[in-house]
Design a protein around this ligand. Structure first.
Ligand SMILES: Cc1ncc(C[n+]2csc(CCOP(=O)(O)OP(=O)(O)O)c2C)c(N)n1
Ligand SMILES: CC(=O)[C@@H](O)[C@H](O)COP(=O)(O)O
Ligand SMILES: [Mg+2]
Length: 620
C-alpha cells in the first residue's frame, strides 16, 4: 500500500504490522520531500506519524470523531483520508489547507488554527452524541503546549465533571514551538518518568512476546488488554481533574499504540492517553531543533536543511526590526520587560531573552494571562513590551480592555503578523485588530511604514503613560537606523505633484509603495501616511477633507471598524459633506494563499488601487 493509493482509512485496516511500519516510513519521507517544496508545519507532523496511523487503524472515522488541536499536525491524517495527491498544493491559494477543514473532507469534523479548542469541542460533540442517543468515540488529539493553555484547563474542568466517553490523546513531545514552559511542563515531566510507564512497558513486552503481526495480533490478547487496563490510573495531574489516565506510551511504537488504543476503544468515561513523541522524528535537523525553527518552515533543501528563499541584503523581518529596537531601548531602561505567549522564536525575541534573561517571560499559550500579567507589571512601575500575533490577540481582548486599557496602564503591545499573513489562512490573518481595539478607550493604536518610523513610534510608546499598540506585518523590510519623529496623533503627507488630483490615505508599507509607483508613473496624487489609527490627526484631516478632490481610503485590513470607519465617524460628527472611496477587506473571512494573491483577490493590491486612481483622473 503506497500513500497515493490510500482512499480512506479502511484501506490501512487490513495491513500487517510490517506493512503499517513501512507505511509510516513512507509517510515520513513523503512529508519531508513534499514540505520541502511547499513549506508547512514539518516537525509536529513527523512526530505524529505512528500515532495517527494507530488512531485510524483502531477507530472508525468519520463515525468516530478525531479532532486535532490547532490542526497544524493533521497532515498524516490528511494522507490517511485520501488527500496525499493534493499535497503539492498545500497551503496554496485554493489548495489543500494546512489545518483540518470541514469543507475539505468528511474526516475533518472540526476546524482550528488557534490552540487549545479541541477539548471544548470534543466535550460539545460528546454531549450532543449522548443527547442524540448515539454511540461513537470522540478523540481530541492535543499537544503538551496546547494542553497547558487556559482554555484546555477550563475544558478539562468540565470534562472531569461531565464524565462523558472521550479518549484524550495527549501527544507530548516536550515542546511547544520553542521549549515548553511552566509548572504544567514540570507536572508532565513527572508523568514522563512515572511508574506506570515502566509497569505498562514491561507488562506489554511480556504480553507481546511471541505474538503475530497484523490484525491477528489483536486477537487473543486478553492478557495484554488486562495489563493495559490495570495501568489506567487516576493519580496523575489528570486524576485531579477526575479523569482516567494511562501512560506514558512510546508514541513511535506502533504495535504498543495499537494495542493500547484497541483496549480502550470502548472505554467508559473520559481518559487521557499519554503518548510520548519526538518532534521532528526521522529528520535530524528537525529532531535536534531546540528553538522551533523547524516547527513551521518555508521551502528548503532537504539535503542541507537550508531555506531556499534568502532575505534580501540589508533586510530583516518586521519582528526582528521591532525586537532589535526594543533591545536597544531596554539597554537604557532597566524597567523594560518583554513578554511572549509562546511565540519567542516567531516574534524574534530570542535575542532579548539571551541579553536580558531576567526581563524576559514566555507565558506559554496564554494570551489572556500574558496581557493581564503585563498590566500588573505596568501598574507596578515596569514598562512591559507584550508581543502578540494579531490573530492570537483576539484571545486577549478582555484582558486588554478590562486590565490594560481600563486602568490606563502603560503597556506597549507589539501586534505582530498584522494584516494578511498568507498561507496559514483565515484562522491566522491579522486583519481584525484595528476594528477590535479601536473602540477601547485610552488605547493608542499605530503602525509604522518602515524601520525608522518603527523606532520613532516605539520611542513615543515607551514615553507615554498610556497603553500603546504598534502593529507590524509578516515579511521583510529594510533595516535602517535613520532618526525620524512620529509625535503622538500626527500623520504625514506628500504630493507627487504640486497640485494633487487624488488623495490616498493609507498606512504601513503601502505608503512608500504607492508613492514610488505614483512618482514612477507621474500620477499627480497626494499620499497620506495615517500612522496613528487612534488618535486620528484631526488637524490634517480638516485640511484634507475640505478640498474638492477625491479621497481614497486604501486599507489592508477589515473595512468594518477600520481606519475609514473612524474617518467616516469623524466626517459625520463634524457634519462634513464628504464621500470616501473605500478599499479594504469586505465582510467575509479571507482564505489561504500568498499575500500577493490574496490582495489581488480582495482588490486591495496596488494595481487595483492605481486602476481606481486612473479612473478618477480620467473623470477629472
Ligand atoms: C491561541 C494560539 N496561540 C499560539 C498559537 C501558535 N502555536 C501554534 S502550534 C503551537 C505549539 C503547540 O504546541 P503543542 O500543542 O505541544 O503541539 P506540537 O507543535 O508540539 O505538536 C503554538 C504556540 C496558536 N496556534 N494559537
Ligand atoms: C500553527 C501556528 O499557529 C503557528 O505555527 C503559525 O503558523 C506560525 O506562523 P508564522 O510562521 O507566521 O510564525
Ligand atoms: Mg508539543
Amino acid at each position: 500500500m503506497h500513500i497515493y493509493d490510500i482512499r480512506n482509512p479502511q484501506d490501512i485496516k487490513h495491513l500487517t504490522m510490517e506493512e503499517l511500519e513501512a507505511l509510516a516510513q513512507e509517510i515520513r519521507e513523503f512529508l519531508i520531500e513534499s514540505i520541502a517544496k511547499t513549506g508547512g508545519h514539518l516537525s509536529s507532523n513527523l512526530g505524529i506519524v505512528e500515532l495517527t496511523i494507530a488512531l485510524h487503524y483502531v477507530f472508525d472515522a468519520p463515525r468516530d470523531r478525531i479532532l486535532f488541536d490547532v490542526g497544524h499536525q493533521s497532515y498524516v491524517h490528511k494522507i490517511l483520508t485520501g488527500r496525499a495527491g493534493r499535497f503539492s498544493t498545500l497551503r496554496q491559494y485554493k489548495g489543500l489547507s494546512g489545518f483540518q477543514k470541514r469543507y475539505e473532507s468528511e474526516y475533518d469534523c472540526w476546524e482550528a488554527g488557534h490552540s487549545s479548542t479541541s477539548l471544548s469541542a470534543a466535550l460539545g460533540m460528546a454531549i450532543a452524541r449522548d443527547l442524540n442517543g448515539e454511540d461513537y468515540q470522540v478523540i481530541p488529539v492535543i499537544g503538551d503546549g496546547a494542553m497547558a493553555s487556559g482554555m484546555s484547563m477550563e475544558a478539562l474542568n468540565q470534562i472531569g465533571g461531565e464524565q462523558r466517553n472521550m479518549i484524550i490523546l495527549f501527544n507530548d513531545n516536550s515542546m511547544s514551538i520553542s521549549r515548553n514552559v511552566g509548572a504544567m511542563d514540570v507536572a508532565f515531566t513527572k508523568l514522563r518518568t512515572s511508574r506506570p510507564y515502566t509497569t505498562l512497558k514491561s507488562d506489554l513486552e511480556q504480553g507481546l512476546s511471541g505474538t503475530k503481526v497484523g490484525r491477528s495480533v489483536l486477537k487473543g490478547m486478553k492478557n495484554v488488554k488486562n495489563a493495559i487496563k490495570d495501568n489506567v490510573v487516576n493519580t496523575s495531574i489528570f486524576g485531579e481533574f477526575n479523569l482516567d489516565y494511562i501512560g506514558p506510551i512510546n508514541g513511535h511504537d506502533l504495535p504498543a499504540l495499537i494495542k493500547v488504543l484497541q483496549s480502550l476503544k470502548h472505554h467508559r468515561g473520559p481518559i487521557v492517553v499519554h503518548v510520548l513523541t519526538k518532534k521532528g522524528k526521522g529528520y535530524p535537523y528537525a529532531e535536534n531543533d531546540k528553538d522551533g525553527k523547524w516547527h513551521g518552515v518555508s521551502q528548503f533543501d532537504p539535503a542541507s536543511g537550508q531555506p531556499l528563499a534568502r532575505v534580501p541584503a540589508g533586510h530583516c523581518s518586521w519582528s526582528e526590526v521591532i525586537s532589535r529596537i526594543v533591545c536597544d531601548l531596554a539597554r537604557n531602561d532597566r524597567d523594560i520587560i518583554a513578554i511572549t505567549p509562546a511565540m519567542k522564536s516567531g516574534s524574534k525575541l530570542d535575542n532579548f531573552a539571551r541579553e536580558f534573561p531576567n526581563r524576559f517571560f514566555d507565558c506559554g499559550i496564554a494570551e489572556e494571562h500574558a496581557a493581564t500579567f503585563a498590566a500588573a507589571l505596568a501598574a507596578s512601575g515596569k514598562r512591559p513590551f507584550l508581543s502578540v500575533y494579531s490573530s492570537f490577540l483576539q484571545r486577549a481582548y478582555d484582558s486588554v480592555n478590562h486590565d490594560i486599557a481600563r486602568m490606563d496602564l502603560p503597556v506597549v503591545i507589539g501586534i505582530d503578523r498584522c494584516g494578511l499573513v498568507g498561507e496559514d489562512g483565515a484562522t491566522h490573518h491579522g486583519v481584525f485588530d484595528i476594528s477590535m481595539l479601536h473602540a477601547i478607550p485610552n488605547l493608542i493604536l499605530s503602525q509604522p511604514k518602515d524601520a525608522d518610523e518603527a523606532r520613532a513610534l516605539l520611542q513615543e510608546a515607551f514615553a507615554q503613560e498610556h497603553p500603546f499598540c504598534i502593529r507590524y506585518p509578516r515579511g521583510n523590510v529594510p533595516y535602517t537606523k535613520g532618526e525620524v519623529q512620529a509625535p503622538l496623533g500626527t500623520w504625514e503627507r506628500w504630493c507627487t505633484d504640486g497640485d494633487p488630483k487624488v488623495c490616498v490615505i493609507t498606512y504601513g508599507g503601502d505608503v512608500d509603495r504607492i508613492r514610488e509607483k505614483a512618482l514612477a508613473n507621474h500620477f499627480a496624487i497626494e499620499v497620506v501616511n495615517a500612522r496613528y489609527f487612534k488618535p486620528l490627526d484631526e488637524k490634517m484631516l480638516d485640511q484634507i477633507l475640505y478640498r474638492p478632490i477625491p479621497i481614497i481610503l486604501y486599507e489592508s485590513d477589515m473595512l468594518d471598524g477600520g481606519l475609514s470607519s473612524a474617518i467616516l465617524q469623524y466626517i459625520n460628527d463634524h457634519q462634513i459633506d464628504r464621500h470616501l472611496i473605500r478599499m479594504g477587506i469586505g465582510d467575509h473571512f479571507v482564505e489561504q494563499g500568498s499575500i500577493a494573491q490574496l490582495r489581488k483577490a480582495e482588490h486591495i493590491d496596488i494595481n487595483s488601487l492605481f486602476s481606481t486612481i486612473e479612473e478618477l483622473l480620467a473623470c477629472d
